[in-house]
Design a protein around this ligand. Structure first.
Ligand SMILES: [Zn+2]
Length: 682
């Protein structure tokens, strides 16, 4: 055996090799390793074994041709010279029986913040505004944390109008009792008294972590917002976007954290699990070649990635509606699983305690990464791309779970909507009309917004009556957009939004016909105070439209996938719904004239054909594919909503029952000869 050493991209490291002439070694520093002030910053080692060494060094793209590739994680105990020198930045908690998540977390977070505070995007909000990194505005109230002779102390503190550093927490809501919530009855003593206990282990550990990091304030919703009767939820919910964006970082908690806290690591809680990989211990030598300690290599089998996937990306936390915007708005996130710690920011790859995660899967498929690009870039997108950015956000959010969907469906997205609105306003030169938000849709591209489709097939879903039927938010189910009509070539429309009428409630819509209301209610504009995107409970927006209506016949479901695919091709849809129904023109009953995807609960079962109205939204000119009785040529596609008249004491009121697209000469003739008319959609 030869004692060999090889020069790598990260520097020198001594290794024993069996045949130096046929083994290539490259030591990989982390991609941000250049920012680490001292040491080589090594966390990975890749090796290939082959007969022709010239093919190897520095080029791992052709590794299949060159030979066998092996990947190792390079780790060292935190107190070892290899770690203290900064040469080995990887940590592996199983190698250090004395390590706890607490001793692992504090230096890891410090090192990570050191690097991240220099990332440009990580110091900006979603809408692109600069955050004061060291002295941002504090929330209305915080948990104030200090240390008294090594004992961590805390109490509540009113901090409105003041500035300072703080961290936030993203967690699943337990019962108010389990979280020892702040209420009107205990607020005074929490503000004036000393520490209040007992707290859930998670909150206790977050407060301890803040103390260890010398961060004086922590914001936890259950403790800092007065809950229950006489509470502050309605006001404070509108400020959460700023709270999460201004926070130094957010601790995102898995369900395990809630019960056991942050600092119970795998070695402490589950010793039977043990190290998942064999370790190879090697001597560490300093620059002079003197042995000063040791470090470890262990095969990288993707355990960290699997852990992240199971505990976080696919975990329960990210299935919750409220968590969506907490993640989107937080500039930095720390997550602790049972065996590791993960750091996310807007710029660098996902980091772990042992360095940078080297992904094996397609990260774009990870649910929490799908939107990272959308959130990172929407403030700088050209206006024609804004509708699809918003649609992507809603598609990701719409399938998430809420405990109180009737109340929270729009509220839990309002922070992201607020940021999106700020970006739109700036694009429109601060023009208020350019960013009016209507129940989850944006007035500047509302025609696009109306064409959402409920997905999830036959599963029953809840309909939320407090939200207008034309909004995706009115169905508690995932939705998608399968075509865009905004400013695209060959799109024409006879549909025009005349006005948005803000009725006091759904029940009070009939009063819209009260002459005093029609002549201009005093506050028909959407509210524009703090958290303006939060739909006020006393607002129900009604769309006054000028458009065309045509009666059509809703038939059975398409019998085969082939038929559905054909209908999708004829209407240029990118995605095909599983429960599409055939639509026929009222006059040409024997021809299929399009498809309908219906979300209204009364239109879910098969039966005799029913007459409803197709409401014209947009018209697209397309080159035909032959099929379903049609030949090649240019034809029109009509993007429509299916609506029905609301039989109430209401002038021209309609509700949405579904969405679809129509085609064919007969439809074209009917829409061409139809008269435009005014109606209200609610
Ligand atoms: Zn960063």
């Amino acid at each position: 055996m030869n004692g060999g050493s090889e020069k790598g991209t990260g520097g020198w490291m001594h290794l024993g090799t069996t045949r130096a002439d046929s083994m290539g070694l490259v030591l990989l520093g982390s991609p941000t390793g250049t920012n680490i002030p001292l040491g080589l910053g090594i966390s990975f080692l890749k090796a290939t074994i082959a007969s022709n060494p010239r093919k190897l060094l520095g080029d791992f793209k052709d590794v299949d041709k060159a030979g066998i590739a092996l990947q190792f994680r390079v780790v060292a105990d935190a107190h070892d010279a290899a770690a203290r020198s900064g040469d080995v930045v990887g940590r592996y908690i199983f190698t250090d029986t004395k390590a706890t998540n607490e001793s692992l977390l504090v230096p890891s977070i410090r090192a990570w913040l050191d690097v991240c505070c220099r990332h440009g995007p990580c110091s900006r909000t979603l809408s692109g505004q600069q955050v004061d990194q060291h002295n941002p505005p504090l929330p209305t109230r915080c948990v104030y944390v200090w240390t008294d002779r090594d004992t961590v102390k805390f109490r509540l503190r009113d901090t409105a109008g003041t500035r300072g550093t703080y961290i936030t927490v993203s967690h699943r809501w337990l019962s108010d009792e389990d979280m020892n919530c702040t209420r009107t009855t205990n607020l005074h003593s929490r503000l004036t008294g000393d520490s209040f206990t007992p707290l859930p282990p998670l909150f206790r550990d977050v407060i301890t972590l803040a103390a260890r990091l010398s961060i004086p304030h922590v914001w936890i919703d259950a403790l800092c917002i007065v809950q229950g009767d006489g509470g502050e939820w309605a006001v404070e919910a509108g400020r959460m976007a700023d709270y999460y964006q201004n926070s130094l970082f957010t601790i995102a908690c898995t369900s395990a954290n809630l019960a056991t806290g942050l600092f119970n690591n795998a070695t402490a809680t589950n010793p039977a699990q043990g190290p998942p990989s064999p370790l190879i211990r090697l001597p560490y030598r300093d620059r002079k070649g003197e042995q000063k300690g040791s470090f470890y290599l262990c095969p990288d089998r993707g355990e960290e990635e699997a852990d992240y996937w199971d505990s976080i990306a696919r975990g329960e936390l990210l299935s919750r509606g409220w968590v969506f915007q907490e993640w989107a708005l937080s500039r930095r996130i720390v997550c602790c699983t049972a065996s590791d710690v993960f750091f996310r920011c807007k710029e660098s790859p996902l980091r772990t305690a042992s360095g940078v995660l080297q992904p094996r899967r397609q990260w774009a498929h990870m649910p929490d990464f799908r939107l990272r690009d959308v959130f990172a870039t929407f403030h700088a997108l050209p206006r024609p791309e804004m509708p699809s950015a918003w649609n992507a956000i809603v598609e990701a959010y719409s399938g998430l779970k809420l405990t109180r969907p009737g109340q929270d469906r729009l509220v839990a997205l309002s922070g992201v909507a607020d940021e999106f609105g700020r970006a739109l306003s700036r694009q429109a030169g601060e023009d208020e009309e350019g960013s009016v938000y209507i129940a989850g849709l944006w007035l500047p591209f509302i025609l696009d917004g109306l064409l959402w489709e409920k997905i999830g097939g036959e599963e029953p879903h809840e309909r939320l009556p407090s939200i207008p039927s034309y909004s995706w938010a009115s169905v508690y189910a995932p939705v998608q957009w399968s075509s865009s009509v905004y400013l695209s070539d060959g799109v024409d429309t006879d549909c025009q939004v005349l006005d948005v009428l803000w009725a006091p409630s759904r029940e009070a819509v009939a009063s819209l016909d009260d002459p005093s209301f029609v002549n201009g209610p005093p506050d028909h504009r959407p509210p524009r105070d703090v958290g303006a995107r939060i739909p006020a409970r006393d607002r129900f927006p009604v769309l006054a439209l000028r458009t065309k209506l045509q009666p059509v016949l809703l038939g059975d479901r398409f019998p085969t996938q082939e038929d559905r695919d054909l209908a999708a091709r004829l209407t240029e849809q990118k995605k095909v719904g599983g429960s599409w129904r055939k639509v026929a023109s009222y006059l040409g009953r024997n021809h299929v004239a399009g498809w309908a995807s219906l979300e209204h609960p009364e239109f879910q079962s098969d039966g005799p054909p029913r007459v409803v109205f197709a409401l014209h939204v947009a018209r697209r000119f397309a080159r035909s594919t032959p099929g379903l009785g049609y030949r090649m040529g240019v034809h029109s596609i009509f993007h429509v909503l299916f609506v029905r008249r609301i039989e109430e004491d209401l002038v021209d009121g309609y509700e949405r029952i579904g969405v679809g697209a129509l085609f064919g000469k007969e439809m074209e003739r009917q829409f061409d000869t139809a008269v435009t008319r005014e109606l209200r959609l609610l």
